[in-house]
Each structure stands twice: as C-alpha cells, then as structure tokens.
Design a protein around this ligand. Structure first.
Ligand code: 13P
Length: 256
C-alpha cells in the first residue's frame, strides 16, 4: 500500500512570524489526523526555526526543503549541501521543480545528479516532472514526463526510484488556478506508472506519485479519489493553515 503524502512547497514566501503562525495553525488543524504523511518545505533560511517549532510541538509533520546542491562542501558560494539539510532535520527535498528548471536552467541531467546525490546521502528526493502549455497542446505530455524520469532511470537504474517521490506538475497548472481535471491527471499518472513498470512492476507499484498545480481544498478530494494519485505537492494553498490541512485531511479520508 502506498501511503499518501501531502507536501507544502512554500517557495519564496514567509518571514519568522509567518513561519511560527503557519506551523502553529497546522499543528492545531492536523491534530489527530492519521493515514497521511504531511510535509512542509519552507525557504531554507527558516529550516532552523521550523525544526525548533516542530520539535517543541512533538510534531509528526515532516520537514523538507526546496533545493540542494550537488556538492558536500567547498568553494560553492550560495549553495546548500545534503548534510546541512540533514543538520536541520529536513528529509524530503524537492528537486527539478519547473521554476528551477526555467529560472536556473537546470537540465534533466543536472536534476538527475541531484537525485543521485540526495539518495547517496540518505535523503528523499521529491522529483518534479511535468510539461509546458505548448507541450501539452502538442500532445507531448507523457513523452516529456518519460524523458525527465529516464534521466534518473537510465543513469541510476529504476530501483533508484524506491523510496523516492515523484510529483507530476503540469507547468500550465502551477499558480494559475487552471488545474488539470482529476481524470486527465489520473491518465497521466497511470502513464507515468506504466512507464516505470516497463522496467519494474514492483517499483511502479510502490512509488508515490503526487499531483501538483493549483490544488485547493475544493478540488483535492477529486484527485485523491483517483487510484494513481497518491497525494499532492501544494504551492499557494500551503501558505494558509486551514487550506493546507483540509487538503491533507482529504487525502487521509480518500486513501484509508
Ligand atoms: P500552486 O499550488 O500554487 O499551483 O503551486 C504548485 C507547485 O508548484 C508546488 O510545487
């Protein structure tokens, strides 16, 4: 059985007050909610504060981050290593987000390198894949996702996906309010799983595949009702405690 994972990607948002209030709100809202893993990825600047607050609350919320470098230490100005993330209790690390692919020109190969580096260092990669609007219009969605996944599979073997998380995020649905329909998302998730199954049915069966792109409390239930959608990677709605908690609760309800 795959355990659902609802993760909040806070992106470049927040300050100390907001971090404290959001975590306090989440603790209250998620009290007693079982059957779903809930993770947050604040800006790296606030990991220390988040770790302290989660620790004080004896929280079950998993701490994550939004990026990692491919070096452990040395002359790499501005970068953050897996060891540093671990030092602050972060375990689930988002890589390959379309915003990093676009604004930082991260290639499939570079993202795959990050994937390998996270695994080597005992962290969980949350690998984002997904197509642009133009690729969607051209019917290239599955091919794009397969190519992005193959960058990992062809260099590290399909088994590398064991214990990792895949987040399917159509770029045209991110922050636009124009979410994929639950049926369309299910179709793509099934195709992604089938692509992995060509190499290993076992890995395909066990890997968690999240949907991301304008997930809100209003549409979350429809996604989680789909057999191949195992949770969500949430942007905007993850910045509001009751919205994010409602999405996590919808996953707990639908998957148990
Ligand atoms: P939104 O939920 O704001 O569309 O963002 C999705 C996302 O990019 C999560 O990584």
């Amino acid at each position: 059985m795959r355990r659902p994972l609802v993760m909040g990607n806070w992106k470049l948002n927040g300050n100390k007050t907001m971090v404290a209030e959001l975590i306090k709100g989440l603790e209250a809202e998620l009290n007693g909610v079982e059957g779903v893993d809930v993770a947050i990825a604040p800006p790296v600047m606030y990991l220390d504060l988040a770790e302290q607050l989660l620790g004080k609350a004896e929280s079950k919320i998993i701490l994550g981050a939004q990026n990692v470098d491919v070096n452990l230490s040395g002359a790499f100005t501005g970068d953050i290593s897996p060891d540093m993330l671990k030092d602050f209790g972060a375990t689930h690390i988002i890589i390959g987000h379309s915003e990093r692919r676009e604004y930082h020109e991260e290639s499939d190969e570079f993202v795959a390198k990050k994937f390998a580096f996270l695994k080597e260092n005992g962290l969980v990669p949350v690998l984002c894949i997904g197509e642009s609007d133009a690729q969607n219009e051209a019917g290239e969605t599955v091919a794009v996702c397969a190519r992005q996944l193959d960058a990992v599979i062809n260099t590290q073997g399909v088994e590398a996906l064991n214990g990792a998380v895949i987040a399917y995020e159509p770029i045209w649905a991110i922050g636009t309010g124009k979410a994929a329909t639950a049926d369309d998302a299910q179709r793509i998730h099934a195709a992604i799983r089938a692509h992995i199954a060509e190499k290993s049915e076992e890995v395909a069966k066990n890997v968690v595949i999240q949907y991301g792109g304008s997930v809100k409390p209003e549409n979350a239930e429809a996604y989680f009702a789909q057999p191949d959608i195992d949770g969500a990677l949430v942007g905007g709605a993850a910045l509001i405690a009751d919205s994010f908690a409602a999405i996590a609760k919808a996953a707990a309800k639908a998957k148990n």
